[in-house]
Design a protein around this ligand. Sequence first.
Ligand code: HEC
Length: 182
Amino acid sequence: MKTKIPSSGKNRNVVFFFLVIFILSMAFEVWAGINPGQGRRHPSRAFQGHHGQGFLGKGICPQNRTTVQAPDNIRGQKNPIKRTYELLYEGESLFQVDAQPTACKICHGVSGNGLGIMAQGLNPPPRNFTCAETMKNISDGQLFWIIRNGSPGTGMPAFKNLKDREIWLIIHYLRKLSEPKR
Ligand code: HEC
């Protein structure tokens, strides 16, 4: 006996519709990944933005800082590298994924708000780079010194294996995080 499958044509249309949406959204992710720039997402965010902690929320602002000061001659240094979109992207990649032994986002959060997955239980808490009120008082040289040497007695590790250039690129990215969104 033949059984008629009702409205199979319609079902096919629905499947086709969702397939098209799916392909378009994948194409968008790829496009956003190869065209980084202000306001667009780094590809690493496409996979963790929606679950990882540190994407939502504003973080503590302003933050109370008790971090040791870098020596005067280093504290006064300005970022020697000129900022470009491409270099910002390199800095973002180091912050989000590549820095060893641990990517910065684990503690400082995907959006830099200080609420990363490892932030819980850290006292003092990780710096909130999205807080302009805190960040405006911290010089480039100070940021450099703490990234290279860590902040003794806190959860902030020393990143001895990052090259000077890499640290300055990360600093460009950290600065961008507290700029007004366009
Ligand atoms: C295991 C957690 C952890 C990781 C990973 C981590 N940080 Fe931190 N970071 C902290 C904590 C905690 C503080 C607060 C330290 C303090 O108050 O002195 C901090 C503070 C800082 C500061 C503030 C310095 C200042 O003078 O106020 C900078 C800059 C910084 N981190 C950069 C980075 C960068 C860049 C990376 C990745 C290359 C990174 N951190 C990775 C936990 C972490």
